[in-house]
Design a protein around this ligand. Structure first.
Ligand SMILES: [Fe+2]
Length: 197
């Protein structure tokens, strides 16, 4: 079951999301189906963001702020508000979970990658850029591991940008990886949240 939040719009969305996740979890989790089915509902949520409390829109100087808005009682999905400082960008990284990223304020550059080496060399990966997008309010992009799970995001505007991120679990419990596309070096990391629900 979804938790109750302080917003009716978010409650309606998370109840639908919860149903979609249950319907596509039969032993294994079908991330591609969840991402496809949840996208139109997510787009509807993003079309009017007046429900989002201003305290979850506060930027953190020079970096990224992550606010957990809602999560399933069994951690099978989470909804996070992410605020990006002007020019702040991530390295290429993975998530190890299905995901949906939707911009609602500002513009975020997203570069997508595929891993093209065979994984046999320790702490080394070759990443090939496969696409670039300039994500504006209402734009949604999906993440489906293991193949479509790699990107970087940068706020390329002089104002903070805001996006909602949905994942098939809680990212702070996941050991993830960032990739140096010049040297091929892999670095492990974990996310943390400014405010967790
Ligand atoms: Fe990401």
């Amino acid at each position: 079951m979804a938790i109750e939040t302080t917003s009716r719009a978010l409650d309606v969305f998370t109840n639908t999301l919860d149903r979609i996740v249950r319907q596509n979890t039969n032993g294994a989790v079908d991330g591609a189906a969840i991402v496809a089915e949840a996208t139109p509902h997510f787009e509807e949520l993003l079309s009017d963001m007046s429900w989002l409390d201003p305290k979850f829109q506060i930027a953190e100087e020079g970096g990224i702020a992550n606010y957990m808005l809602a999560k399933a009682t069994d951690d099978s999905w989470t909804v996070v508000s992410t605020v990006w400082w002007p020019d702040y960008g991530t390295p290429v990284h993975d998530h190890m979970l299905w995901g949906l990223v939707g911009v609602w304020k500002g513009m975020e550059l997203e570069r997508r990658y595929h891993r093209v080496d065979d994984g046999s060399r320790e702490n080394y990966a070759e990443m090939k850029e496969i696409g670039v997008a300039y994500n504006r309010p209402g734009d949604v992009s999906g993440l489906v591991p293991p193949d479509d799970d790699f990107h970087l995001i940068q706020n390329i505007t002089p104002e903070p940008s805001c996006s909602i991120h949905i994942y098939g679990g809680s990212l702070d419990g996941v050991l993830r990886h960032s990739f140096n596309i010049e040297t091929g070096e892999i670095t492990e990391f974990r996310s943390n949240y400014n405010i967790a629900c």
